[in-house]
Design a protein around this ligand. Sequence first.
Ligand code: SF4
Length: 383
Amino acid sequence: MAYTIVTKNTVRDRFLPAPRPDVWKGVEDKDWNNWIWQQQKRVKSFEQLEKVVNVTEDERTAFAKSNEMFNMGITPYYASLMDPNDPNCPIRLQSVPSIGELSVRDIDLEDPLGEEKDMPVPGITHRYPDRVLFYTTHNCPVFCRHCTRKRKVSDPSSAAANKQLEDGLNYIETHKEVRDVIISGGDPLSNSDDRLEYILSRLRAMEHIQVFRIGTRNLVTLPQRITDSFAQMLTKYHPVFVHTHFNHPKECTQEAFDAVARLANAGCVVNNQMVLLKGVNDDPKLVMELNHKLLMMRVRPYYIFQCDMAQGISHFRTPVEKGLEIIESLRGWTSGMAVPHYVIDGPGGGGKIPLIPNYVKSHEGKKWTLRNYKNDTFVYEEP
Ligand code: SF4
């Protein structure tokens, strides 16, 4: 029997292009879609910000007092997602300084993940037995206000010079137990294609390296960075995993959809690491919507991170119960693929500690009394 196949795939149409605010209406598409133009035109001053949104007095004060500690930098693309009239807009909360940043509590930590103490050579964090984190740049297209590496990111004195890069590569080369390298920063896609390809080619030439992951938020903040030629370059070095950081459904635009498609079509696996942030995504329905959108974009929701104890971000931290509530609202109620791992990074360098709601009601000998997602009870007996 002959089948008539009519292909109609409209998934992409479910994602809207980012709007273009008045201030950039006259920009030609060839510039707007060019990642270098986007980098060069980043919103860095308060005067520029005032042209994009109706700023509040709190934002003005916060900018004046925080900019020296942690710069503001927002790509026109990401700024275009901001609601000009809502200071609580989730995009704005993530990218415009707020008063909360100015308070540092006694319990806050400068290096919340203890990365510096597990650093055998500058730029390499070697904490787990078989994998390392490789710091390759201090720069990012957008300086996220909730960044856990504020102590280094945006600070030119933390730049990864070529000598540091070589020392890091040499360390990995001589440590045969390392099979997985997380290429990080800052945002590693702030490096040029040539510099990134140099790193990837060196790593791929090492027999003991099995996989590497590129940890980048460019898919969210500067999707134009994922050019066809960049994606094509990656195909030479598979398996390449890309770990990104979508936090809100508003970030799932057609531009982001296309950027992920370029990577996925080039054979990359793309995972998402959401950070749980008060006022941005501490809402079970919203996280479900985000995860559904991510799956349609071919991004697997992988982690939800509890917000770290970094200095100046305590206003973003939620109770731990909120994370458990979100997982409980996903598990069973939607596809397992849309249920990420909820983890707390052990403060001071404990590594990722998973947290899951308790589904065990009791356990006696070989008998386990369990509840399912609807709270119905089931008994499982071991042989
Ligand atoms: S992209 Fe990542 S490293 Fe850069 S500012 Fe945002 S959270 Fe920090």
